[in-house]
Design a binder for this molecule. Sequence first.
Ligand SMILES: Cc1cc2nc3c(=O)[nH]c(=O)nc-3n(C[C@H](O)[C@H](O)[C@H](O)COP(=O)(O)OP(=O)(O)OC[C@H]3O[C@@H](n4cnc5c(N)ncnc54)[C@H](O)[C@@H]3O)c2cc1C
Length: 414
Amino acid sequence: MSLKKTEITVLGGGVIGLSVALRMLNAGREVTLIDPKEPGTGTSFGNAGTIAEYAVLPVGSPEIIRQLPSLLFNKNSPIAIKRSAILSLCPWLIKFLYQSMPKNAARNAQAIASLVQGSRMRWEELSSQVGGESFLKTDGNIYLYPKEELLDYGIRDIDKRRQLGLNAEILNIDELKKLEPNLDLSEGGASFFPDGAYMNDPGKMVKLILNASINKGCQIISKTATKIERVNDGIKVHLDNESTILTKQLVVAAGAYSKKFAQQAGDKIPLDVERGYHVEYDMAEPLLNRPCCYAAGGFYMSPMSGRLRVVGTVELGGLSPKISQHRIKYLEKGARLFFPTLSNPSRTWLGFRPSIPDSRPVISQSSKGNDIVYAFGHGHIGLTLAPITAEIVESILTKTKTPKSISEFSATRF
Ligand SMILES: Cc1cc2nc3c(=O)[nH]c(=O)nc-3n(C[C@H](O)[C@H](O)[C@H](O)COP(=O)(O)OP(=O)(O)OC[C@H]3O[C@@H](n4cnc5c(N)ncnc54)[C@H](O)[C@@H]3O)c2cc1C
């Protein structure tokens, strides 16, 4: 039985799906959004909150090839792999290693740099549209290098980013202390990205986008989509209560859960998951004035309203909701490197980065046409890229000129 006929259906209500939904509602279209959970409470809720125009380097790089064995099999490294998942991860890992070769990594960096540019300005527009200006902070972001040899690495890192047109500075420990008085490094320094921005509550910002969408007439269906299929008069979306939705156009934006829908639409996309964690410490003043990333440790310390969020690490190993206590302890230990008096965290969290081996999201029509459009695979920078993704998706749905070149994000590139 057909439950409903609709014009545009968005499958998945994370920051990507919600930004697309609001954009299409603003364009006067009828939009239905499907998500079994409260939209915006998945990965889009618990991230580091950075709007990271400086995050132009792909995860896969020549350095990572050299470091991978020790990173994966040393229990105290920022990257971990679940032993039980090694076999199933092999196809993704092989593609990841290929994408880490110098030529590929350079091409991926160029593509990401072009996509990410202008993200802060787009978030300023989106946040003011939904009444979330007070959550968006524009004080820049920092990478910490608390040892001389780490700072040498930081200087090389900054050079690569500058070559891609980014604004970045090296800070010595006195300059860092002026920006972050609670950080007391005895050696090393930091990189400062003055154009970086962040949200001090990504969950609340995403909720505002949801509310704005509902106010503009978005229909929310709190069900799990189980299958999509092309039929004569559109796309049929099957739901877990055995009802269906018939839609003229469908946007697949289910984050790390999107792969099977792309496959049902005829496209094989190498999407896997980089699991990430956070621990939060409740406190009136969250110790830092802006997100500070301990790059060698693979985590950020981000000031959120009323709490400090220590967030990051990569764990390869699928979508199981089981939290690794070892990863949580890793973050706690990392936080105490900088703030030794921190006690036990107030809460912990696990999220799923939707990751493609080349670190480039898929923002594209399906290989069979724009009746199905993909917007997933944003990996480490999905929060940053949500507004530009929505803009591109609108142009694909409406067959108008895209705001940027999108060939590097095509579903047919694999
Ligand atoms: C630890 C960590 C730190 C991060 N820090 C940053 C950062 O500082 N800056 C940044 O830009 N990015 C960051 N990211 C990445 C960013 O959070 C993600 O890229 C982004 O949230 C992905 O958004 P999404 O909408 O694609 O997915 P999600 O937020 O995961 O949303 C997908 C939605 O799809 C729904 N869904 C799943 N299956 C179905 C189904 N069958 N039917 C219907 N709905 C379904 C889910 O319930 C979910 O609500 C971080 C990620 C992690 C894990």
